[in-house]
Design a protein around this ligand. Structure first.
Ligand code: BYC
Length: 483
């Protein structure tokens, strides 16, 4: 079966790339499969592997009707290789090869660069599953538990997507890299995952929602940039992944939104007007808004680091070569080569944060980060609407980009969320006001009691407006195997 919009389920590995006719790659993937299942069983969701979960599986890449919902045991989920349809006459849209036909094979001179990008992308996918593996046990409802598992199986599929590219286009080193993706472990001292945020812990459900809001949104931005690639198989792979990524951000945004809603509701019922009266709000069994702000500060700043340095020759090389573009590259009105353009970059000048014009080519990471910050800000506004509607006097804010950074221009300084530079001692004194402290973590951990009864929700989170696949409120999204 050649490339199609429908997914071929006749091989062990569902696909729409004609794997049946590509025995070399099919064999390589079949050899990789047991190692993947082994990884999933040891590093994927802890428990629940024998439970029936109401999951969405892709059955077509047609935007209308690609999903099918049904009960599936997670290890039996049909992870597959799905690429968006090939566009006739697609071209390289930027860089020095602009206007040439898009590449169907890896150009020799860009092999190392492309392999590196695909490996970095691939590495984040299993990392997030590892970070979230313990969360099922404290799920605040069956609805949330199902969403967690949906996100997890799709991250698993995204790993498959990158492994397919490695095995099909990168020969022996691709196969070695595919193995490496199963060997590294989030947070492991000796074999850590490649990017910083993916070695952090996701200790509780509020962190999970913040992660899916902030870090999955970096995923969206990076995938959008890779979807512009002149290397057509990478572009098509990322385009399909983006359809799944949207749900992950929905989980994050609505998850935090529902926690906010419940807190505001509890405050109003108890007659608490001061949102900063943390002790009083916590007594209600909900998460106070200042703690939500701290979690947002943490996850936003960790996610900003995923954009790399503001000024980056790597990013310039990716762009010039045509392998990684800008967000919505083809809709931008310029020469798509950036030979003369400049772009304002936030920099540290004489102890102050200032905007400085840099060549647009080396400021590609900064530009994508700006797009990201704007996208995050819109989500934060939607959260603030929930607070406003409840009549609570508090607003969430994104911290300054210089706050709590580990990569780039501000990695060596300390700044407050308002962007004021701090002395070492001042940072140490105040950081617990801005980032979750041990005490905050302990409080949230104390709230994370599982709530697995149909239609019930933990004390700290409101129910969703509508169910998944329009199911009623008491739908049994996960048939928890209590054996
Ligand atoms: N941690 O020029 P620089 C997702 C390294 S998330 C550790 O500043 P560059 C998902 C960098 O590798 C999206 N190291 O940056 C979300 C380089 O090392 P080498 C994942 C870092 O290269 C949720 C050196 O520092 N996809 O999908 O322009 C759940 C100098 O680099 C970090 C991608 O990231 C860091 N944070 O940009 C599941 C797309 N930042 O080469 C999934 C592919 C930088 O000197 N990756 N370094 O050894 C890329 O496009 C780029 O590699 C980066 C870095 C944007 C990450």
């Amino acid at each position: 079966m050649a490339e199609t919009t429908n997914v071929d389920y006749s091989t062990k590995i569902p696909n729409n790339v004609g794997l049946m006719d590509d025995q070399r790659v099919l064999k390589a993937l079949e050899q990789w499969h047991p190692g993947y299942i082994d990884w999933w069983m040891t590093m994927g969701p802890e428990g629940f592997q024998t439970s029936d979960v109401y999951l969405r599986t892709a059955i077509s890449i047609d935007p209308k009707g690609w999903a099918k919902f049904d009960y599936v045991k997670m290890p039996e989920y049909r992870w597959g290789i799905l690429l968006a349809p090939r566009q006739d006459d697609r071209r390289v849209n930027f860089g020095i090869h602009k206007g040439e036909p898009a590449w169907q094979e890896v150009p020799g001179e860009y092999r190392a660069m492309l392999r590196r990008l695909i490996v970095v992308q691939g590495d984040t996918e299993p990392a997030s599953v590892e970070q979230q593996r313990h969360l099922g046990k404290t799920a605040p409802s069956l609805y949330d538990m199902r969403n967690l598992f949906q996100v997890n199986v799709e991250e698993g599929r995204h790993l498959w997507a990158m492994v397919y590219l490695l095995q099909k286009y990168f020969g022996k080193d691709g196969r070695e890299e595919a193995e490496g993706l199963l060997q590294r472990r989030s947070g492991d001292q000796d074999r850590p995952r490649m990017l910083g945020a993916f070695n952090e812990q996701t200790p509780d459900w509020l962190s999970f929602f913040m992660f899916t809001f902030f870090t999955d949104r970096d995923g969206k931005m990076q995938l959008e940039s890779l979807a512009q690639s002149g290397f057509d198989p990478l572009s098509r792979t990322c385009r399909f992944m983006l359809t799944e990524e949207a749900h992950h951000m929905f989980v994050g945004e609505t998850g935090v939104g529902r926690a906010i809603e419940r807190t505001c509701q509890a405050m109003k019922e108890a007659g608490i007007e001061d949102a900063n009266d943390v002790a009083a709000v916590r007594k209600l069994g909900v998460i106070d808004l200042p703690t939500m702000q701290k979690k947002a500060n943490l996850h936003f700043s960790l996610s900003l680091d995923l954009f790399g340095s503001e000024v980056s020759t790597n990013a310039a090389n990716y762009y010039t070569s045509g392998v990684k573009g800008r967000l919505q590259e083809t809709r931008i009105e310029d020469d798509h080569q950036l030979t003369k353009a400049t772009y304002p970059v936030s920099k540290l000048i004489d102890g102050n944060i200032k905007m400085v014009d840099e060549p647009a080519l080396t400021a590609i990471n900064m530009r994508l980060r700006d797009d990201y910050v704007n996208d995050c800000a819109k989500g934060v506004q939607r959260w603030n609407k929930v607070i406003e509607k409840a009549g609570v006097n508090f607003r969430l804010k994104l911290p300054n980009v210089a706050f709590h950074r580990g990569i780039g221009e501000f990695a060596t300084i300390q700044a407050s969320p308002a962007g004021e530079l701090l002395r070492e001692g001042d940072w140490a004194k105040q950081k617990d006001q801005w980032l979750p402290s041990k005490e905050d973590g302990d409080f949230i951990a104390g709230l994370m009691a599982p709530c697995w009864e149909r239609g019930k929700f933990a004390s700290w989170i409101a129910p969703p407006r509508v169910g998944i696949d329009n199911k009623p409120g008491d739908f049994e999204y996960v048939k928890v195997d209590r054996a």
